[in-house]
Design a protein around this ligand. Sequence first.
Ligand SMILES: Cc1cc2nc3c(=O)[nH]c(=O)nc-3n(C[C@H](O)[C@H](O)[C@H](O)COP(=O)(O)OP(=O)(O)OC[C@H]3O[C@@H](n4cnc5c(N)ncnc54)[C@H](O)[C@@H]3O)c2cc1C
Length: 483
Amino acid sequence: MTQTASKSLNPLPLKERMKLPRQPMREQPPVLRAANYKEVNLGYSEELARQEALRCLECAKPVCVQECPVGVKVKEFVQLIVAGDFMGAAAKIREDNVLPAITGRVCPQEDHCEGGCLMGKKVQPLGIGYLERFVADYEQQHMDRSKIRRAQPSGKKVAIVGSGPSGLTAAGDLVQKGHEVHVFEALHELGGVLVYGIPEFRLPKQIIREQIDYMRGMGLQFETNVVVGKTVTINELMDEEGYDAIFIGTGAGLPVFMGIPGEHLNGVYSANEFLTRINLMHAYEFPQYDEPMLDLHGKDVAVIGGGNTALDAIRSALRLGAKKAYVVYRRSEAEMPARKEEVKHAREEGIEFRMLTNPIEFLSDGKGWLSGMRCQRMELGEPDASGRRRPVPVAGSEFDLPLSVAVIAIGTSANPLIQSTTPGLQTNKRNYIEADATTQRTSRKGVFAGGDIVTGSATVILAMGAGRRAAQSIHEYLTTGKW
Ligand SMILES: Cc1cc2nc3c(=O)[nH]c(=O)nc-3n(C[C@H](O)[C@H](O)[C@H](O)COP(=O)(O)OP(=O)(O)OC[C@H]3O[C@@H](n4cnc5c(N)ncnc54)[C@H](O)[C@@H]3O)c2cc1C
């Protein structure tokens, strides 16, 4: 039975809690995992989870909750772990987060909940992400799906466009309020970047499927292979198919290229294509699947960029047999936007980091294939608009890096399809959809938007936060009729 978490069951005085070390995550050893595609992190045992939960200081005003874009009640779910009520802890997280097994794995906790943890000012912060993952996995193994509660039907119908974290979150929150929710996805698999971008060794596809199955149990309906803007337009969904409101969460999946000579050569990929070939076309499951365009065995591979996408691409390349695997980044490690844990894991696995290095040309073998990359060394100057120190080329520092494959992971932009087929939908000059930051309303009545299609490439939890805000505003709109 689920307990309420109002009273602390933690037997330790606060001073003692500060003395407990943060419990490390169990993980596959680097040498082993660099040669397989199984998940790197192995999760907490019940014992480790309890030990870690005992460290929580149970702050009167928990900053970790304020720092979470979806407002997970961290203190309360951690108290339930201390009490040994793991299913209760899972239910507590689910009040605010419909994808806990996913955020527990890929959320940059250091920038949110753990970044706000008071304990982190003196010692290591509470392992909130690890605990969330433990609870979500425990729930998955022990739940009785027949007991998932369905809300009373409201009689209103909502379309969600895109099944990434923003769409899934909006859908999950709306179905719990009784609305009939249909999710339309352009691809044949559900999950957005979670499934086509983030590789199996960080986020197993089975975890995503289980979370989506749970949502089916809540009453959500999913339709794949529907490209909104082509198969059906936003106007048709509203005027002919009777949807009362629409949420657009189509992400920012259009690759950005470097615009340097040689980019057309065979062997130069966008990270989007590279990771889709691996994840959706199953290159990582050779020989059960054969993806002939992507044979990396014995090849030297470099990825250009310093974010999560870059690290996912290069760690995938290593696992697919690359001889040398480089990250080439024009700033220094301190400016890398990737999660710290991923940088650490990549280094342990043998990825070589070429920092303060910028490609200026892809070199040809004379037969149309990539043979190398001409690079220039950089140094850091004054901060730019992003607040990070601007990389400045060092004159005369050019050198060539021999390569067979280069992957460009310097960012993405908005796919323009829905914007160009929806009259009256306002966009900014970079073609992202304009939506109010609090209500997620767009310029079109009844149409809301959120996630990367509004902000540009960001994070899973920020997309989920937008999905939550949109669900709240859609519910208000559907119940009051006010725009
Ligand atoms: C490789 C990679 C690794 C990442 N790693 C992390 C990480 O570790 N931690 C983290 O927090 N963030 C990470 N991110 C960023 C994070 O995944 C995104 O910010 C997040 O997925 C955005 O969610 P979204 O719902 O806005 O869009 P998406 O996840 O992009 O989902 C959009 C969905 O809409 C669908 N769609 C697009 N157009 C249409 C249409 N016209 N009709 C129907 N469907 C459509 C797409 O097919 C897609 O499924 C990573 C991103 C990448 C690319």
